[in-house]
Design a protein around this ligand. Structure first.
Ligand code: ADP
Ligand code: MG
Length: 314
């Protein structure tokens, strides 16, 4: 593209909340064959909410949630934030014994005073968290986390997790020492425009793909809802860039759309990296395009802009 065409496109993009970081990316975008979408926070709203909290032992639910929230309090993961928020709400508003003075309960010191002391906290990317509370080892995360720590998942627990996953929820398992205590179900709804955008891309001859660290069953359920046929699930953070390589193998131009720290290697590896503007700074830095409006329609806008700009000067 001529410098003028690039300047015009950059300006039009900016007016639509699409920041383009250079003429090369603009040029490549017209030839995009695959768009690889991250699931959480990209196709979905990234506003996870706890929908289920099941305790399989005699433990009181409020106490269970307090332990889980304490373990997750130091994690930056959206799932962790949803859990802490749910547990906090349950403790201060839903418990029969809770004080009903909502305003006072938003006070930070009351909230932190309610959490238990945690030691040797470890965040395990793509798995969950591990720590010690009151001398007990606490694990909160997926099956992989449990298996790696030699926790047996009883059949009735497994069945409950499967049930959650088939309704597009993520099941989070909780173990204290060596026994599985409970499961949380977390739902993260699709962005409103997601389905229309996937359909639009297909009409443009672009193939949408979903990549996620989440489990296969949840991933398939979400993909089915949004209309994506090609899914790569249980991908560890380091593996997302490898998925990009795979699609690039035959020389195809591949775009990646993502929001998280996890996505930055893939955003950098892609021919065209598109970061959601509401995402993390690291993702934004690694990308060629920044979609400021946090709206997936701008993926189409970006490709259109490139196609139109470059055909006009031909
Ligand atoms: P995504 O690609 O969907 O953003 P991640 O790689 O961040 O996924 O996480 C993959 C999976 O690891 C999650 O679906 C969840 O099962 C588990 N996980 C990661 N971090 C946490 C956490 N802090 N608490 C519970 N589970 C977690
Ligand atoms: Mg994400």
């Amino acid at each position: 593209a001529t410098p003028t065409a690039v300047m015009v496109a950059t300006g039009v993009g900016a007016n639509n909340g699409v920041l383009i970081k250079g003429g090369d990316a603009l040029e490549r975008a017209q030839k995009i064959k695959y768009v690889i979408f991250d699931k959480t926070g990209t196709l979905t709203q990234g506003k996870a909410t706890v929908t289920n909290a099941k305790v399989f032992t005699g433990m009181n639910r409020g106490e269970f949630l307090r332990w889980v929230a304490s373990a997750e309090a130091s994690s930056e993961h959206p799932l962790a934030k949803a859990i802490v928020e749910y547990a906090r709400h349950f403790h201060f508003f839903d418990e029969p014994s809770a004080t009903k003075d909502g305003q006072n309960n938003h006070n930070e010191s009351i909230i932190s005073g309610w959490l238990l002391d945690v030691s040797v906290f470890t965040a395990l990317p793509g798995r969950g968290v591990k720590c010690f509370i009151d001398g007990k080892q606490v694990l909160v995360g997926n099956r992989k986390l449990m298996t790696e720590n030699e926790i047996t998942i009883p059949t009735h627990v497994e069945n409950f997790v499967v049930e959650l996953e088939e309704s597009a929820k993520t099941g989070i398992l909780v173990a204290f020492d060596d026994s599985l205590i409970g499961v949380l179900g977390v739902a993260d709804p699709l962005k409103r425009e997601a389905t229309v955008v996937i359909e639009g891309l297909q009409k443009m001859g672009v193939k949408p793909v979903m990549v996620t660290g989440d489990n296969w069953r949840t991933a398939r359920a979400v993909a089915r809802e949004v209309g994506i046929q090609d899914v790569r699930a249980e991908v560890l953070p380091a593996g997302k860039a490898e998925v990009i390589d795979l699609f690039q193998k035959d020389g195809s131009v591949v775009a990646m759309v993502g929001d998280g720290i996890n996505d930055s290697p893939a955003l950098a590896a892609a021919d065209v990296g598109m970061a959601i503007g509401a995402g993390t700074d690291i993702a934004i830095e690694a990308a060629d395009y920044v979609l400021m409006r946090n709206n997936l329609e701008d993926v189409i806008t970006a490709i259109d802009l490139s196609r139109k700009t470059l055909s006009r000067i031909r």
